[in-house]
Write a protein that binds this ligand. Structure first.
Ligand code: PEP
Ligand code: MG
Length: 567
């Protein structure tokens, strides 16, 4: 079995189609008629732009407008005045168009590849895609026709470019395997949008796999099995059928109210990272957004996005949700979330360092800009503000005071916003759990971030495999913390949600029903599964389970017991 990074979930079983990098070799020449060579180059650029527009059009239909923009970005690269100017200068100096264009592209690829962050690295892949496209046109190389791939094909490439994905017939491609790329690469994002199982960064897959060979890939686990034996084939076919059957069965929960078996209604909302994900949340039947992680808007840039830019993004999400709730979390950086241009500096212990609300309160301009943008967007939907990583009352007071100050500013400027906008906090630190009663008095709502709450309660880094045996939201200490937070919120009469991964865990759901959680915020594809799970519990049954669980002493006992009551 080969291992890579699972970037788009689902099991794919099919025949390998190797997408060999087509030969773009040529012998550099010296040209005499440099004007004719410049025209040949310009013509190739024009053809490239026309082809790319066609690809973008196809992608818009199969994947959506946002994805098509990725393709259109290739036109901006090839039309970059600096790039074009430099290539034309080299041609004027006697180089052939191929050599001139390739050397300039290589320069950009080298610069982008050397960057630390994934996004700039991704630009190198985009430039490589553009380089191959234009060189192919100059050399008259015909591209592989992915649109002709037969049904049941697993595409296998060194690197799958967005233009290749644009050509895919999604009814024929059952899986994608690549040697490069990761969760954040454009092709991974596109694979998820097209719902094609994909595993990336599979070492040497191009030399290990053969055309026509049968392959199994599991896009959740990142597993790849070449030429599986009958037993493996049987096992994965069964798993695949089970997944598909489950997906079909869940459809009956679409459009239904989220309620327990005895009729208590819950809010079932989604976690998103970009405004467009709000549309995906709606497609998946989410009832709104319980966590908009705004750091992705900042990561996509090379400097802090302006108030106008942020306002545009928040307004877009609010409008896509058409009045359904949208909880926007203010910038949560540091720990596992780095934004290089903010210059966070190296810390001994970044998870306990200068991050999230701490950073924002000390960087007033940045915080002001974001809060003003959120307030302005609140005029266009049902928007709330949420502060991350709260550990003490002062942080909530200071954050809320700034919100009030900005409201007054906007009022004076005659700019619309929601006067009654709610301001809540993430309860995701041990401190916030212990003083949840004090924090509840200062907050309009709580949202429990179990991803961090588990780490901070157990003193176990969520990314460290050596301590992963401790990192579980089903640890007795974490469960008690969750129970205390919900209880404090309920005593104060404020809603308490959960936006950590545990909210979608079938073993956790009866406990949350018993403790009195009011809102579950989960990833969009989990909505129907969580709704089904909630519908299978009554309060009485859930209380019995919770009472037993709270009496247990270890994580293992909790898990063993819950396995006996949760199917
Ligand atoms: C959490 O900590 O549970 C959470 C939802 O926030 P994030 O995963 O973004 O830290
Ligand atoms: Mg968190």
């Amino acid at each position: 079995m080969l291992k890579g990074i699972g970037v788009s979930m689902g099991i794919g079983i099919g025949k390998v189609l190797l997408i060999e990098d087509h030969s773009l070799e040529y012998t550099p020449r010296t040209v005499e008629d440099t004007q004719a060579e410049t025209r040949r180059f310009q013509n190739a650029v024009d053809v490239f732009c026309v082809n790319t527009e066609k690809h973008a059009e196809a992608l818009k239909i199969s994947a959506g407008a946002k994805e098509a923009e990725i393709m259109l970005g290739h036109i901006s690269i090839v039309k970059d005045p600096f790039l074009l100017g430099e290539v034309e200068k080299l041609i004027a100096g006697g180089q052939c168009a191929e050599a001139a264009f390739e050397s300039m592209c290589d320069m950009f690829i080298q610069i982008f590849s050397a960057a630390e962050d994934d996004l700039t690295k991704q630009r190198a892949a985009d430039v490589r895609d553009v380089k191959a496209g234009v060189l192919g046109i100059l050399l008259g190389v015909t591209e592989v026709k992915l649109s002709d791939a037969p049904a049941g094909t697993v595409l296998c490439a060194r690197e799958l470019t967005p233009s290749m994905i644009a050509e895919i017939n999604k009814d024929h491609i059952v899986g994608i395997l690549t040697e490069t790329g990761s969760t954040t690469s454009h092709s991974a994002i596109l694979a998820r949008v097209l719902e094609i199982p994909a595993v990336m960064s599979v070492p040497e897959i191009m030399s290990a796999a053969e055309n026509g060979e049968t392959v199994i890939l599991d896009g959740s686990k990142g597993e790849v099995i070449l030429s599986p034996d009958d037993a493996q084939l049987g096992l994965y076919t069964q798993r695949q059928a089970k997944q598909l059957q489950e997906r079909r069965e869940l459809e009956q929960f679409r459009g239904k109210t989220t309620a327990s078996a005895d009729g208590t209604v819950y809010e079932l909302v989604c976690n998103i990272g970009k405004p467009d994900d709000a549309a995906k949340a709606m497609d998946c039947d989410g009832e709104g957004v319980g966590l908009f992680r705004t750091e992705f808007l900042f990561m996509d840039k090379t400097s802090v996005p302006s108030e106008e830019e942020q306002f545009g993004e928040y307004k877009k999400a609010a409008m896509l949700l058409k009045g359904k709730p949208l909880i926007i979390r203010t910038l949560d950086i540091g720990g596992d979330k780095d934004i290089p241009y903010l210059g966070l500096g190296k810390e001994e212990n970044p998870f306990m360092g200068f991050r999230a609300i701490r950073y924002c309160l000390k960087n007033r301009e940045l915080f002001r800009t974001q809060l003003r943008a959120i307030l302005r967007a609140s005029a266009f939907g049902n928007v709330s503000i949420m502060f991350p990583l709260i550990t003490c009352v002062e942080e909530v007071r200071e954050g809320r005071a700034l919100v009030e100050k900005l409201k007054a500013e906007l009022r004076a400027e005659g700019i619309d916003f929601d006067e009654n906008i709610k301001v809540g906090i993430m309860t995701e630190t041990a401190a916030s759990g212990i003083i949840a009663d004090l924090l509840a008095r200062e907050s309009d709502f709580f949202s429990i971030g179990t991803n961090d709450l588990t780490g901070y309660t157990m003193a176990a880094d969520r990314g460290n495999s050596d301590v992963s045996y401790l990192y579980s939201a089903l640890q007795p200490s974490v469960l008690r913390m969750i129970r205390a937070i919900i209880e404090a919120g309920r005593n104060q009469g404020i809603p308490v949600g959960m936006c950590g991964e545990a909210a979608a865990d079938p073993m956790m759901i009866p406990l949350l029903i018993s403790f009195g959680l009011t809102e579950f915020s989960v990833s969009a594809p989990s909505v129907l599964r969580v709704r089904k799970c909630i519908s299978s519990w009554t309060k009485e049954k859930a209380d019995a389970v919770a009472e037993k669980v709270i009496s247990l002493a270890t994580q293992q006992e909790v898990k063993d017991y819950l396995r006996t009551v949760v199917s």
